[in-house]
Design a protein around this ligand. Structure first.
Ligand SMILES: Cc1cc2nc3c(=O)[nH]c(=O)nc-3n(C[C@H](O)[C@H](O)[C@H](O)COP(=O)(O)OP(=O)(O)OC[C@H]3O[C@@H](n4cnc5c(N)ncnc54)[C@H](O)[C@@H]3O)c2cc1C
Length: 461
């Protein structure tokens, strides 16, 4: 618990209007998008930082007084990565939301951590450039949060994830020291790639205050095929055949029948509710190449029936993606709480993983809507329940353990893009060996000897 004197010190260190300390204000920053079922507390104080120097001063002070510091972007992560477990200072980046430089010629953009991903995408597009990482909530989530969670999204299959688009970072260490990691050039072979260590570190190693992003040329055009299947097996084998034809779709996303029905119930989008699953296959490239890709994919889809469609109309495409993105919100209407999990398996194991997850959820009588970026093998089982109902919660815990066991047995891992936060700590040793967990802890202690940066996330020291 921070003392009144600590609050007064903070008000002297940065502009006093940027220090929020009323209970009501602090409460607003006590949750993220996770239905956490563990002890969490409200922050002792919320601080809006405006400059790199603000961050340096706050960290120096917090380190001296051993006060936890939890960085916060839009608070949309799904693993409890920015909740407080023992009070502390929440560093809010919504005022550090400027695009600092944009060089279309070098295809590089320099941004502050609070910039919303959509702003990066829109500015890049104006110059015919493209920032591909697109977590489904890119219209609200920030680049700082994306870097810290190593976000992916629908386009990872072809274009990779956040880690593939960071050329350099400026970070502030726990003691307030400012450090630049990476050269900002397209290639860089000088020393250890410390910027990659920060990506996915969930605010536990350093605070990102600036990022230089790599952009790529925006594909000339794109179109989307929606294809329905009678079985999951058919859908996954169609995916394999498409790739075997040397077609490289920008996205191959999946919705199971429960997801389709739930979206149609709450956000009617014209989806066919009678089929086992739906694939959304986005193709891109030169206009002329779309026809060839589309025809080759249609040839494959003909083997599985004729329930498919294509559009290259931007408004229609956005409608398709809105239906897919509505899946989380519509699942949330099935129960008081909703959990969107995140696992990944090798693509060859998708049929076993998808049908296994459905069976596990049925066995535990859980309402589950399964979606995924299945080009990558990434599955999101979205489960609706009431966490305060002991039986439902016990069932959920049982299902979660079995889903992770199944994932590991198929050669996969327990997070592809959402991270560990506090939610997945108990399962870490299922996918990481003791030596690597020990090394991660040593790295944490090197960067943050007083354990003030987002303590208790990823692992407990
Ligand atoms: C509906 C919905 C759909 C989603 N879909 C996807 C998806 O398709 N793919 C995907 O990958 N994710 C997805 N997510 C998860 C989420 O979008 C990402 O984790 C997101 O990028 C987090 O950004 P944020 O700004 O909300 O970060 P926050 O949730 O605020 O913070 C996330 C982490 O980043 C740390 N952090 C924030 N700023 C900084 C900083 N400046 N320096 C250091 N650490 C910092 C925080 O401490 C915390 O550990 C989805 C979430 C929702 C709610």
């Amino acid at each position: 618990m921070l003392l009144k004197s600590n609050i007064n010190d903070l008000k002297n260190i940065i502009k006093s209007e940027n220090v929020l300390f009323s209970k009501e204000e602090r409460y607003c920053y006590s949750q993220d998008s996770t239905h956490v079922n563990q002890k969490i507390t409200i922050p002792d104080v919320v601080v809006f930082v405006e400059t790199v120097e603000d961050v340096q001063k706050i960290l120096k002070y917090a380190n001296m007084h051993k006060i936890p510091v939890i960085a916060r972007g839009a608070g949309t992560n799904m693993v409890g990565a920015c909740v407080c477990q023992d009070g502390g200072i929440v560093l809010n980046f919504s005022k550090m939301n400027k695009i600092l430089e944009f060089s279309p010629e070098d295809m590089v953009m320099k941004v502050q951590p609070g910039v919303v991903l959509n702003d990066i995408k829109l500015l890049a597009e104006r110059e015919g450039l493209f920032y591909p990482p697109d977590p489904s909530n890119f219209k609200v989530s920030t680049i700082g949060g994306s870097i810290a969670q190593s976000s992916g999204g629908a386009k990872s299959f072809k274009y990779g994830t956040t880690k593939d688009y960071i050329l350099s970072l400026k970070v502030v260490l726990a003691d307030g020291t400012l450090m630049r990691l990476g050269a900002g050039t397209i290639k860089d072979a000088v020393g250890y790639h410390l910027n990659q260590l920060i990506i996915g570190s969930e605010g536990t190693l350093a605070i990102v205050v600036e990022a230089e992003l790599k952009l790529i040329p925006l594909p000339e055009s794109s179109g989307i095929i929606t294809a329905y299947f009678d079985t999951i097996q058919d859908a996954t084998s169609a995916v394999n055949q498409i790739i075997k034809q040397r077609i490289f779709p920008a996205t191959i996303d999946f919705m199971d029948n429960n997801s389709i029905k739930t979206v149609e119930e709450f956000y009617p989008s014209g989806l066919n509710t009678t089929k086992a699953c739906l694939l959304m296959i986005e193709i891109d490239g030169y206009e002329s190449s779309l026809t060839i890709q589309k025809e080759k994919i249609f040839e494959i889809l003909n083997n599985y029936g004729n329930d498919y469609d294509y559009t290259a109309d931007k408004i229609q495409m956005e409608k398709v993606w809105t239906a897919r993105r509505s899946s989380f919100a519509s699942t949330a209407k099935l129960g008081r709480d909703v959990i969107s999990d995140d696992i990944i398996v090798p693509r060859s194991k998708l049929p076993e993983a998808l049908s296994g997850i459905q069976s596990i959820c049925n066995k535990y009588s859980l309402k589950a809507c399964i979606v995924g970026h299945i080009g990558d093998g990434n599955i999101h089982p979205q489960i609706a329940l009431n966490m305060d109902n002991d039986e439902e919660f016990k069932n959920y815990q049982g299902a979660k353990s079995e889903i992770y066991l199944l994932t590991v047995s198929l050669g996969g891992t327990i997070s592809a893009e959402h991270g560990v936060g506090i939610e997945k700590i108990p399962y870490l040793n299922k996918v990481l060996d003791t030596n690597s967990i020990d090394y991660m802890k040593k790295i944490k202690m090197l960067f943050d000897p007083n354990n003030i940066l987002n303590p208790g996330k990823i692992f407990k020291l």
